[in-house]
Design a protein around this ligand. Structure first.
Ligand SMILES: NC(=O)c1ccc[n+]([C@@H]2O[C@H](COP(=O)([O-])OP(=O)(O)OC[C@H]3O[C@@H](n4cnc5c(N)ncnc54)[C@H](OP(=O)(O)O)[C@@H]3O)[C@@H](O)[C@H]2O)c1
Length: 259
């Protein structure tokens, strides 16, 4: 029997977890999930995993070689730009194929009042000069950008608390991990008298309820656009990426080896 296809899944997302759990049932594939180690209590998969940075492109390339990795799946969050760029460069360096498993960005629907921006700095300045009650869910690493707009009151939702603590004069921190229902999101925005939602266009269903809640409550949204994707093939569907990986495993098994 040939060795299984060794697949590194770059994770930190629900998709990556779903993928490794599905691949665990495929004997032709040996997947390992990689997490950055940012979240204090990450949700760990039942299968193999590793935690922590690789040490840049060179570190990842060395790791791919040492682990005899056959295929890399970049299933990081659409905004994990640096990791995706490193994966592309390292895979090119060691000639390991790369594919992306991500979510289709949201597109506006009737009733949405979106202002799309490229960066957290642009989002902060788009809030304008007058004080507003802002619901901010952009991930804790982007929060310091809003220190440039201290005139607003912020309701900040994040999985872990920002470190160091923010210097903003008026904010309330809500430590919580989604998904949240439409009813929960609407209740929160109404109770907190939110004037504007600031978030990232992360795509997918798990975090969409806040977008729908804002639409129903006619609350404007400042939405950070996802960075441009790479040249690697992109998959949005779990079945499709699994088929791609299993076919790669079977193809490799049918090829002559050790030449
Ligand atoms: N950005 C977001 O909005 C967001 C939201 C939800 C979840 N996440 C997840 O949180 C993690 C960190 O996101 P980020 O935006 O800080 O990433 P990033 O800026 O693209 O990456 C920063 C560094 O963190 C390390 N890293 C990132 N993802 C890794 C992974 N899956 N395995 C091993 N090392 C990883 C790498 O360190 P080295 O250079 O040392 O290899 C990378 O250079 C990612 O796994 C991402 O999927 C991000």
């Amino acid at each position: 029997m040939t060795d299984p296809l060794r697949v590194l899944i770059l994770g930190g997302t629900a998709q990556a977890r779903m993928l490794i759990e599905r691949l665990a049932r495929e004997p032709a594939v040996a997947p390992i999930l990689s997490l950055a180690g940012r979240t204090k209590n990450p949700l760990l998969p039942a299968g193999a995993y590793r935690i922590g940075g690789f040490g840049g492109v060179a570190g990842l390339a060395a790791w791919l070689r040492a682990g005899a990795i056959d295929l890399v799946i970049d299933a990081t969050h659409p905004f994990a730009e640096q990791m995706s760029a490193h994966a592309e460069a390292a895979c090119r360096e060691v000639a390991v194929p790369l594919a992306l498993f991500t979510r289709q960005p949201w597109t506006p629907r009737e009733g949405d009042r979106w202002n799309e921006v490229a960066t957290a700095q642009a989002a902060a300045s788009a809030l304008g000069p007058l004080p507003r009650r802002v619901f901010l869910t952009v991930g804790r690493l982007q929060l310091p950008a809003f220190e440039e707009a201290p005139q607003h009151h912020y309701l900040i939702r994040s999985i872990d608390a920002p470190e160091p603590a923010l210097t903003l004069p008026a904010y309330r921190l809500l430590l919580a991990r989604g998904p949240f229902s439409l009813e929960e999101e609407m209740r929160l925005m109404q109770t907190e008298k939110i004037d504007v939602l600031v978030t990232k266009n992360s795509g997918g269903e798990a975090t969409y309820a806040k977008i729908e809640a804002a639409r129903r409550l006619a609350i404007p949204v400042i939405l950070m656009r996802p960075p441009a994707s790479t040249k690697a093939p992109v998959f949005y569907d779990l079945d499709a990426i699994c088929t791609f990986i299993v076919e790669a495993a079977h193809q490799r098994a049918s090829e002559p080896r050790g030449v």
